[in-house]
Design a binder for this molecule. Structure first.
Ligand SMILES: Cc1ncc(COP(=O)(O)O)c(C=O)c1O
Length: 405
């Protein structure tokens, strides 16, 4: 009798060998991967269809026309793994960024390589050093594998305090830099990141998350990858390319670093619809500049309106910004929700702020109308409906909380 196959046509023996690829892989199976939508949906809400959803840094424009076309045409071939589509995308990315194909790996979003990097380079002995406030995803992995999470406050101008990060992480495994930073949308200079790379302890890596870089004028650190430094650089198709639900992301680094993280999830297949949509998006030379301009225009209009009305916020370079509610932020978020406008979560380091995503111009007009009502006290809500970070439901009651991703 031949090997037994499951519904996916993967033989039980090859599945076993995949799973026993390394001790690392089995450790990865125990990891709890936390994504932006999980964090955004921790409120446990089922958003009404007509709700203004400006809470999860999604792109309301969705995939580009060419991405939709490519993806739709690929559906009929969805019965096949078509692994060469990965090579096509890797080659396009490598050419575009001026790196070698061996320096690029693609995944179903940047969440996976982010988590695998933390799993590969952090441990009980090697801490995870990150900014505060910062994107929480990697912290969860660090906690899950017993690595210490060291949160270093941003500077007064909301950039990463790289000297303080170095001082806080003499035995670090990963220094995580999100640029522009989620949730503040602020930039850290190339020279500061370079300083971190040049002065970090031996054996550690710098993980630079450029999920939002296309919205900003921030300098990428792709040159540090090209130069073969201990840098892993994350990019995603979820933000400016509008493919959050299609799922595609990439990580750029030296091949030996990529190999380490591939032990954790590199054996998986990619959704073919996402691969062709990503390739089509990259071939559209106008897509990034056009969308950057649209986002900057709407963001600028919102900031002007906030300024005119005396409301506080942190000026941002991304497709989101931190809005000062001038009180514990929960009741303000709930009061917005009462008006069908769903703004983002709260970070403990900035308890009076809520993160707001830039939606379409009409959506942001509705945001303004609702915000005016909240700030004038015309609409109020009591504390308690929206859990903040740290109150996220654990696996046991995740379903009750509406977390599906
Ligand atoms: C900073 C940052 N990194 C990574 C991710 C993961 O995104 P994705 O897995 O959709 O690429 C997000 C999601 O919002 C994010 O904000």
């Amino acid at each position: 009798m031949g090997p037994q196959h499951d519904d996916l046509g993967i033989s039980s023996s090859s599945r076993r060998s995949f799973l026993s690829l390394s001790a690392a892989a089995s450790a990865a199976l125990a990891l709890r991967i936390v994504t932006e939508p999980m964090l955004a949906h921790a409120a446990g809400r089922n958003f009404p269809k007509d709700g203004i959803k400006i809470n999860a840094n999604e792109n309301p424009l969705g995939p580009s026309a060419s991405a939709r076309e490519a993806s739709t045409a690929m559906v009929a071939q969805g019965g096949r793994y078509s692994v060469w589509l990965v090579d096509d995308l890797v080659n396009i990315l490598a050419e575009k960024e001026g790196v070698r194909a061996e320096q690029v790996s693609v995944y179903a979003g940047s969440t996976e390589p982010l988590h695998y990097t933390v799993a590969a380079f952090c441990s009980a002995q090697r801490s995870y050093v990150t900014a505060d406030p910062g994107f929480e995803g990697g912290m969860i992995t660090a906690e899950a594998i017993g690595a210490k999470v060291v949160k270093v406050p941003l500077t007064k101008t909301y950039d990463h305090d790289v000297k303080a990060m170095l001082a806080a992480g003499p035995g670090a495994g990963v220094f995580y830099v999100c640029n522009p930073n989620n949730p503040t949308g602020t930039m850290t200079s190339h020279s500061d990141i370079e300083y971190l790379v040049e002065n970090k302890p031996k054996g550690s890596v710098v993980l630079v998350d450029e999920a939002y870089i296309h919205f900003s004028d921030t300098a990428s650190v792709m040159d540090l990858v090209k130069a073969g430094k201990d840098v892993l650089l994350l990019r995603t198709f979820s933000k400016i390319y509008g493919m959050a639900g299609l799922r595609c992301g990439a990580i750029f680094a030296r091949p030996d670093l990529l190999e380490k993280i591939e032990n954790y999830g590199g054996g998986n297949f990619m959704p073919v619809t996402a691969l062709v949509a990503a390739s089509a998006s990259l071939k559209d030379a106008q897509l990034v500049p056009d969308r950057k301009r649209v986002n900057a225009r709407i963001r600028g209009e919102v900031f002007e309106w906030l300024d005119r009305n005396g409301y506080s916020y942190i000026p941002s370079e991304a497709n989101f910004f931190m809005l000062d509610t001038k009180r514990p932020a929960k009741p303000a978020i709930d009061a917005m929700a009462k008006q069908n406008v769903f703004i983002g979560r709260i970070w403990p380091a900035m308890p009076t702020y809520s993160r707001v995503t830039i939606g379409t111009a009409p959506e942001m007009e509705q945001f303004q109308v609702a915000w005016q009502k909240v700030m004038t006290g015309a609409v109020t809500a009591s504390v308690g409906a929206v859990p903040g970070w740290g109150e996220l439901p654990r696996r046991r009651n995740r379903e009750d909380a509406g977390i599906r991703a």
